[in-house]
Design a protein around this ligand. Structure first.
Ligand SMILES: CSCCC(=O)C(=O)COP(=O)(O)O
Ligand code: ZN
Length: 232
């Protein structure tokens, strides 16, 4: 897109739920939860045929709508590219979630997520997975893509764990492999790094991420108390 007025229009709106505004307000909230401190983590939103992406290496809680990159979903070309920055290194990972029908993807560096990946370290390898059941908050997570409703109290929540890589974008292949292997998952943990959580829309991605973070914190405390995550 060569016309700068058109490019500007993509990020200027009075609607607080316009993705350029929404990413900024969400990241400010997530900063206060310890999810996106020190420039780590982030959020991306799909809006029709456009994807809104934050810049890389910036304080995510201080971003402005005009800082946003905008990518065309089909061509994967940028239709808005602020000169000062590069797009988030998480972009190919967010894109993997959008290809699976997500409307929003959140990446956090939550310490609870990191700790859980260390607590299941004994299962290190391609099959590593965090599993928990009989916790009320599990009901905040959908059963799976194309399935109706959320998990029940007696259902088991499974979140696959992939190994970290030196560069964020190099996680893409293993994230996509985990998505294939666990088609019902709405989240993937990254060992010693954090978590990616996605949802059909912004509201669902946010509430699912909150539910999962709550469960991960609980899981760490349960482990400290010697309490099992699953009944059997
Ligand atoms: C200190 S953060 C290291 C990079 C990272 O893991 C991350 O999530 C942020 O990447 P971005 O390119 O969006 O700044
Ligand atoms: Zn990260």
């Amino acid at each position: 897109m060569s016309n700068s007025a058109e490019s500007e229009a993509l990020v200027r709106s009075d609607d607080p739920e316009h993705p350029a505004n929404h990413i900024c307000t969400l990241c400010a909230k997530f900063y206060n939860l310890g999810w996106v401190t020190g420039t780590g983590g982030g959020t991306s939103i799909r809006h029709g045929d456009k994807i809104y992406i934050a810049p890389s290496g910036v304080q995510k809680e201080l971003m402005k709508p005009t800082d946003m990159f905008v990518m065309d979903f089909e061509s994967r070309e940028y239709v808005r590219k602020p000169q000062m920055h590069k797009p988030s290194a998480c972009t190919p990972l967010f894109y993997a979630a959008f290809k699976r029908g997500a409307g929003c993807c959140i990446h956090t560096h939550s310490q609870w997520a990191v700790l859980v990946t260390l607590l299941v370290e004994r299962d290190f390898g391609p099959d590593a997975c965090f599993e928990i059941e009989q916790i009320e908050q599990i009901k905040g997570i959908p059963k799976g893509r194309g399935k109706v409703g959320n998990l029940g109290y007696y259902d088991r929540l499974r979140i696959p764990i992939i190994d970290n890589t030196a560069h964020e974008e190099d996680l893409t292949e293993s994230l996509e492999a985990a998505m294939e292997k666990y088609p019902d998952a709405y989240a993937v943990l990254v060992r010693r790094h954090g978590i990616y959580v996605w949802g059909d829309n912004v509201h669902k991605a946010k509430t699912q991420c909150e539910s999962i973070d709550y469960i991960l914190q609980l899981a760490v405390e349960m482990k400290k108390l010697g309490l099992p995550w699953c009944a059997k």
